[in-house]
Design a protein around this ligand. Structure first.
Ligand SMILES: Cc1ncc(COP(=O)(O)O)c(C=O)c1O
Length: 419
């Protein structure tokens, strides 16, 4: 596969853009995404599902910049939403209602009503009480409402506890026996139309095993439902496929879990006569994004060396939230000696770091660094903590760079309060 981020003459490029050159006149920090990489990832998904009855959806939660949504929509994807806000953005970006699935443990009555009126592909129900409320609203509106049941399979995934979602100690989904009971009630209801089941076992999973284990589990459930005489037309397999956060762009990327996991996962359901839905977020946009940041100061204590940079936990929360690893590389490679640093931001929290104890070549004030794997769960998790305005986003395609978010100013933050 064509490399999108690479060093040429020791200078980091995205597509045809020399990032040092590009950054010279730009306010830092900023996010920069590669259109080509997003397209490659989408094509990999489409290829994995070819010859199958397949609806690939993009999980908006990973990155809902409108330019990115339109790009993915144009490639024929559907949308996975978890709030009225995401449903609104998905519709605005042109995703057809029949290609939208709506999950989430805490849908409000007005979100359920909006989804029903919109005529989406399915509302993925996550509790008995949500089911009863949906049934009541569908009955009042007298609109046929397709529902799926998110099953909690009690399958562990080798990932961080906060993004493991398929165990009984997690808040997500419904235990199997309860879901089967609700499926029957939906079947007997005038307005609800049970279309299938849904699972999502967690995120940033790079091992195929938990997916294949889930496949066996799901096939057994389909068997049970069909033996009871219930129709099942769709199987929503969730998302969760991981990316290579260790890529330092010096060599061709080693790992591409999307390609090694998705085709075999989908093919495990071949000939079952169900439409296969996936809801991929991170694996579509994660490795398509960089966070570019500038070294403000170097600092040393008796036990540590710090690089203080201008990006912080309020821009990229993943390291602070999950101790997530992101590669941090210089925009210009040099032969400088290496040392170990904590790369930290200006926010007033000791938990504000982008990398800890990381071996890196020595840098100076003003040098630029790129944080890899920043396309998913980056800008969407950002906050204005310490009154730091949100940062710009750019989209690269070949030699072109488009500003897809201009960033905020402190003045605009004041305006949020009509101040
Ligand atoms: C229900 C559901 N579907 C899809 C996703 C997207 O996951 P990922 O970005 O790991 O593909 C998530 C992420 O939390 C989710 O909760």
């Amino acid at each position: 596969m064509e490399e999108i981020f690479y060093y040429r003459n020791n200078r980091l490029h995205c597509d045809e853009i020399d990032l040092q050159e590009f950054s010279r006149s730009k306010r830092t920090p900023f996010y920069l995404y590669s259109q080509k990489r997003i397209e490659q990832n989408c094509q990999t998904v489409i290829e994995a599902g070819k010859d199958l009855d397949f609806l690939p959806c993009y999980a908006l939660k990973a990155n809902y910049n409108p330019a990115i949504l339109k790009l993915i929509q144009n490639l024929g994807f559907g949308a996975d939403v978890v709030s009225g806000g995401e449903l609104f953005f998905a519709l605005r970006a042109g995703f057809p209602p029949k290609k939208i699935v709506f999950a989430g443990v805490g849908k409000t009555a007005s979100e359920i009503e909006l989804a029903i009126r919109t005529g989406i592909h399915s509302l993925n129900i996550e509790s008995a009480e949500e089911f009863y409320l949906t049934r009541e609203i569908a009955g009042k509106l007298k609109i046929e409402t397709p529902v799926a049941f998110r099953i909690n399979p009690d399958i562990g995934a080798p990932t961080h506890d906060y993004i493991s979602t398929g165990k009984h100690l997690n808040k997500f989904g419904i235990p199997l026996n309860d879901a089967l009971r609700l499926y029957q009630q939906a079947f007997e209801d005038k307005w609800l139309k049970p279309v299938g089941i849904h699972v999502h076992i967690g995120s940033q999973i790079t091992d195929p095993k938990p997916f294949l284990e889930t496949a066996e589990y799901l096939k057994d459930i389909i068997d049970q439902l069909r033996k009871k005489g219930f129709e099942i037309s769709a199987l929503d397999l969730g998302g969760g496929i991981g990316i290579d956060y260790y890529n330092d762009f010096k060599k061709p990327q080693r790992e591409y879990p999307l390609k090694t996991i998705l085709p075999s996962y989908l093919r495990a359901f071949k000939n079952l006569g169900v439409k296969l839905v996936v809801e991929l977020g991170r694996s579509i946009v994660g490795d398509a994004g960089l966070l570019i940041t500038r070294v403000l100061y170097r600092k040393q204590t008796p036990v540590k060396k710090f690089l203080i940079v201008d990006a912080a936990m309020n821009n990229l929360l993943r390291p602070s939230l999950y101790h997530a690893y992101h590669s941090v590389v210089p925009l210009i490679l040099n032969d400088n000696a290496k040392d170990r640093f904590d790369v930290v931001g200006p926010v007033c929290e000791s938990g504000d770091f982008l990398a800890t104890d990381r071996e890196m070549p020595l840098t100076e004030r003003g040098d630029l660094l790129a944080v890899g794997g920043a396309g998913a769960y980056g800008q969407v998790l950002a906050s204005n903590y310490n009154l730091r305005p949100s940062i710009p986003e750019y989209l690269v395609s070949g030699k072109e760079v488009r500003t897809i978010f201009k960033g905020q100013t402190a003045e605009e933050l004041a305006q949020k309060y009509d101040w």
